[in-house]
Design a protein around this ligand. Structure first.
Ligand code: NDP
Ligand code: HSE
Length: 442
């Protein structure tokens, strides 16, 4: 084992200290598999004395990240700081020096991925990002390498561990949203700003990265439709269960019939993140706690499923170790060309606006129990050519406010949005309507 590869890391928090710990534990195994010695040169942090989930030797620590990036001994730079400002400067600085960079920073890739991958190409260095999506699940490698011979027609992912943890504990234990969120923060699952998780933005970052990789063009975050889980209540979880569904925050990427931009061909894809009613019988319905899962349908392979821990120090460290292996092999063999981490290749492909796509819906209304109420609601839906599939209304005394649950047939999102606005204005409707989409996985 003659070759040694030197590692420099920026960030020694949940994920960074997890990486240090995991490499200490399995260094000999990795080194014998790769035929390369892996050596730490330095770890930059904000505060040397900050408590860390796993210890990092003081002799490696510095508060000057430029020392790590610029050290000529450092062959690979690992960015585990987070955020989209200083992290971007750090990643660009390393790429400019031609050093391969590894990041777990999905927010950074979502905001600046196109620019960062262009910089990587310009400076002849690869940018690796396995840990940015679904913690320990090797989904980036699967899409990049395993499915290189497939067109990805459908991808459904539970890609945010914090939201899945909250929804599962609400469902199985009747736990309160705020209590479970605090627990997710304590366990190191949530982002520094947990609204990134619960408002669906973290899932948007991840599903955008997967869509870009699967479809070969950079999907802009503003083109991804997003709803978080704040609106999901115990009542919705119970009614959905009664109807045979589990509510999950799903990231959805589907190819939509039709061609891309005029004259250029390319694909049209729907990319969205929203709470979704998943049939109990579907495998994604039984993915619980912090676990993530990604269901991928390729035109050659058919249906596949990936499952594992989606957040936390150890699972995420596993993904970073996989990128360290790829980057180290790249150095050992003097080439950065296996299948590159991301190459734009689909001119003319585009994201279809959510309004132009079709869904099934679950609708919960708070209505006054009075003759004619259902008729007025179904008349608004009927005028928009939207059909009701089934109705649940718990028994109540006339004049009481009761929940009215409607399951709605496939309908265009724009028509449903407009009909819902009209329904919300009816005097017999006592609270803003709650609407979630239903997925059939056809
Ligand atoms: P933490 O907040 O636990 O760690 C951030 C680290 O960055 C800390 O060690 C901090 O130093 C260091 N840091 C902050 N600013 C600077 C700076 N200017 N110079 C040097 N170091 C700095 O975050 P996580 O480990 O949870 O997340 C890191 C990245 O991994 C994020 O992009 C996150 O989105 C991503 N990620 C996180 C997952 C998780 O489960 N937590 C899973 C997948 C991805 P100090 O320790 O001194 O404060
Ligand atoms: N906050 C993220 C989650 C961390 O809960 O999934 C993993 O990316």
């Amino acid at each position: 084992m003659s070759q040694q590869v030197n590692l420099g890391m920026i960030g020694g928090g949940t994920v960074g200290s997890g990486v240090y710990h995991a490499l200490s534990r399995n260094r000999a195994l990795m080194e014998s598999r790769l035929g390369i010695r892996l050596n730490w040169v330095g770890v930059a942090v904000k505060e040397i004395d900050e408590p860390r989930p796993y210890p990092i030797p003081r002799s490696l620590l510095t508060t000057d990240w430029t020392q790590v990036v610029n050290d000529p001994q450092v062959n690979i730079v690992i960015e585990l700081v987070g955020g989209t400002t200083i992290a971007k400067t750090m990643v660009l600085a390393a790429l400019k020096l031609g050093k391969p960079v590894i990041t777990a920073n999905k927010a950074l890739l979502s905001a600046h991925g196109e620019e960062l991958f262009a910089a990587a190409q310009k400076y002849g260095a690869n940018l690796y990002y396995e840990a940015s999506v679904c913690g320990g699940i090797p989904i980036i490698k699967a899409l990049r390498e395993g499915f290189v011979g497939n067109r990805i027609t459908h991808l459904y992912g539970i890609v945010n561990g914090t939201c899945n943890y909250i929804l599962s504990r609400m469902q199985h234990e009747g736990a309160e949203f705020e209590d479970v969120l605090r627990e997710a923060q304590r366990l190191g699952y949530a982002e520094a700003d947990p609204s990134l998780d619960i408002d669906g933005h973290d899932a948007r970052h991840k599903i955008g990265i997967l869509a870009s990789l699967a479809h070969g063009f950079w999907v802009r975050p503003e083109d991804i439709y997003v709803e978080g889980i704040r609106q999901v209540t115990q009542a919705d979880i119970r009614f959905a269960a009664q109807l045979g569904y589990t509510i999950k925050l799903l990231g959805i990427i589907k190819t939509v019939p039709g061609r891309g931009k005029a004259g250029e061909g390319g694909a049209r894809i729907q990319v969205a993140v929203h709470p979704t009613l998943v049939p109990h019988r579907h495998v994604l319905a039984s993915v619980n706690d912090v676990f993530n899962a990604v269901f991928v349908r390729g035109d050659v392979v058919g249906d596949t499923l990936f499952y594992g821990r989606g957040a936390g120090k150890d699972a995420t460290a596993s993904a970073v170790l996989s990128d360290i292996a790829d980057a180290a092999l790249e150095i050992k063999h003097g080439t950065r060309h296996r299948i590159p981490p991301f190459v734009p290749h689909a001119n003319g492909s585009s994201v279809v606006p959510m309004d132009h796509t079709m869904s099934r819906y679950y609708l919960r209304l708070s209505v006054v129990d009075r003759p004619g109420v259902l008729a007025r609601i179904s008349s608004i839906l009927g005028q928009a050519n939207i059909g009701i599939m089934s109705v649940i209304q718990p028994e109540a005394h006339e004049g009481q406010t009761v929940p009215l649950i409607l399951m709605i047939h496939d309908a265009p999102n724009a028509a449903m949005r407009k009909a819902l606005a009209k329904i919300g204005r009816l005097t017999v409707v006592k609270a803003p309507p709650v609407m979630f989409r239903v997925e059939t996985f056809d």
